[in-house]
Design a protein around this ligand. Structure first.
Ligand SMILES: C[S@@+](CC[C@H](N)C(=O)[O-])C[C@H]1O[C@@H](n2cnc3c(N)ncnc32)[C@H](O)[C@@H]1O
Length: 392
């Protein structure tokens, strides 16, 4: 049911080189999935299952890695270290793309990586993946060009994958929620000449007609209505699955509307913690990508526009640390007992979740200590496991 936003004629451009939104997406994926493997695969059978449901070609003509090759590299690395076996499924609908993808996969298969390429619709392969993944950790990466799997199908899959005391099967997902599709289908719904069939497809993707209330015909659309729909979508996933769900907007340029949100879900506090760190790193890569692009387009410029608007990472951290220390003090006050950072990820980072990397949290504990607001020094151990004690 995936709806094509990317016209066939533009596929070639898409695979020529990585566009800026993909820089963020791939950095996030490349940062996070080794963590997922490390966190979940160290238990039990040392095996994880991975599905890239809209895999594309695996590699750009420029040589940059697409999502599929990123996962294959992670799998190869873990295999080489003898740490973990990844069973990787890659599904792609377009014959040309699947042929290119298979060439990339052949290279990794020769290294021993279990890289299975399927030509077809992701929905047709999902059952097989779920079967293989029974009792094993599973990561789902769903990156359609437009609308993806029906909401109900996603929810059913995630709920069927709950862990029980006898069956430990952590499940996480990263999904592309197309904001271009929201705006286009919203416009379609508001128009007297809009197609009902298109709205019905969006109903399926959203799990109901709820989104239509934001795009009533003949009523002016609210500002940022697309963002409201994205937030609602994440909230509905949260409610239906009981998972932590975080939605990361991705734009082409600073100040522009998001082209999509990357919607992440986990039942694990570790997942939530490390995702925030990976998002901050991926945002940095996005800014760097923008600067490089500007330099390539205008090599004679002394100060790129990007260097003027790019937030200085140090300044962001400098602002984040005292704010996070205040957040920690507030948690202490509410809890009235020591707490572990990992158990309060979103409250600890507050507005800086996904903006700053993990070390900012340790700095905040140290700041809290130096101002006499906690007995914890913030020295030693893993940052996410630091325990913040009340002051003595
Ligand atoms: C945005 S591109 C994928 C990019 C890739 N994930 C990456 O990051 O390198 C989406 C891909 O999904 C494929 N596709 C579209 N509908 C599909 C479906 N129902 N099942 C599998 N693949 C599909 C398209 O042909 C296209 O190659």
């Amino acid at each position: 049911m995936a709806e094509k936003v990317m016209a066939t004629g533009t596929d070639k451009d898409y695979w020529a080189s990585q566009a800026l939104p993909s820089v963020l997406k791939h950095k996030l994926l490349g940062q996070y999935i080794p963590r997922f493997g490390g966190m979940t695969g160290s238990r039990g059978r040392h095996q994880v299952v991975y599905l890239d449901g809209y895999a594309g070609e695996g590699r750009y003509e420029s040589g940059d890695r697409g999502s599929a090759e990123i996962a294959m590299q992670v799998a190869a690395h873990h295999l080489e270290k003898n740490a973990l076996l990844w069973n990787c499924f890659f599904v792609e609908q377009k014959p040309d793309s699947v042929a290119r993808l298979d060439l990339v996969a052949a290279h990794y298969r020769a290294l021993g990586v279990d890289a299975r390429v399927h030509h077809g619709d992701v929905d047709g392969v999902l059952s097989e993946v779920l079967q293989v993944a029974e009792g094993l950790p599973l990561f789902l990466f769903l990156d359609p060009c437009g609308l993806g799997l029906p909401f109900d199908r996603i929810v059913q899959t995630l709920n069927q994958r709950r862990s029980t005391p006898r069956r430990w099967q952590p499940t996480e997902f990263l999904m592309n929620f197309s904001m271009d599709a929201v705006r286009r289908l919203g416009g379609n719904a508001r128009s007297a000449r809009g197609l009902e069939r298109s709205s019905e497809r969006f109903d399926e993707a959203c799990g109901g007609r709820w989104w239509r209330e934001y795009f009533r015909p003949d009523e002016p659309a609210e500002a940022d209505v697309d963002e409201i729909v994205a937030a609602q979508y994440a909230q509905r996933l949260r409610e239906k699955t009981g998972m932590f769900v975080q939605s990361v907007p991705v734009a082409r340029k600073p100040g522009q509307k998001a082209v999509y949100h990357l919607v992440f879900g986990t039942r694990s506090e570790h997942g939530l913690w490390f995702l925030g760190d990976a998002v901050a790193r991926a945002r940095d890569a996005w800014w760097e990508g923008l600067e490089i692009k500007e330099e390539q387009e205008d090599p004679d410029t002394l100060f790129s526009a990007t260097s003027v608007v790019r937030p200085d990472p140090q300044e962001v951290t400098d602002a984040a640390v005292p704010a996070m220390a205040d957040n920690m003090e507030r948690i202490l006050h509410q809890q009235k007992r020591p707490f572990k950072l990992l158990n309060h990820t979103l409250d600890v980072f507050g507005a800086y979740y996904g903006q700053v990397t993990e070390p900012a949290a340790r700095k905040a504990v140290k700041l809290l200590h130096s101002s006499g607001r906690t007995a914890s020094t913030g020295v030693g151990g893993k940052t996410h496991e630091l325990v913040v004690q009340p002051p003595r």
